[in-house]
Design a protein around this ligand. Structure first.
Ligand SMILES: C[S@@+](CC[C@H](N)C(=O)[O-])C[C@H]1O[C@@H](n2cnc3c(N)ncnc32)[C@H](O)[C@@H]1O
Length: 115
């Protein structure tokens, strides 16, 4: 009697490392953020974030949702991403928005407090 063939292991996604995200960070902000903000706004509506609440945005990219949460009255927003280029854009956008309570960090090393 023949044995069943074991399943072929799924290769890891090429998107599970920071490098591809570093490469697309510039175009991501100009091309994707305007569209993705609409989904982020919908997500925040579903989450019903209370005024002053603490928000955690994991895989935040350039802060698409994090900046909207800060704008809409979150007390603090912790944004985590492992792409240094995405984090750089997040920090620049947060500074431009005047959001001093936004922090950024790379999972799993933790959150670097900006203030
Ligand atoms: C499609 S983008 C989404 C960014 C943002 N949430 C948005 O809505 O525009 C995916 C992001 O997840 C980040 N990412 C993917 N896996 C991650 C992980 N394990 N830890 C931290 N960041 C991760 C990537 O660096 C990238 O910035």
């Amino acid at each position: 009697m023949s044995q069943p063939t074991p399943p072929t292991p799924t290769p890891p996604s090429p998107l599970a490392s920071p490098e591809p995200w570093d490469l697309v960070a510039d175009g991501y902000v100009s091309d994707n953020v305007p569209l993705f903000e609409r989904f982020a706004e919908e997500a925040l509506r579903f989450a019903a974030v209370a005024p002053g609440a603490r928000v955690l945005d994991v895989a935040a990219g350039p802060g698409t949702l994090a900046l909207l949460a800060a704008r809409d009255g979150a007390g603090s927003v912790d944004a985590i991403d492992f792409s240094p280029e995405m984090i750089a854009r997040l920090e620049a956008r947060a500074a431009a928005a005047g959001r001093v309570y936004l922090s950024a960090g790379a999972y799993p090393d933790g959150i670097l407090k900006s203030d």
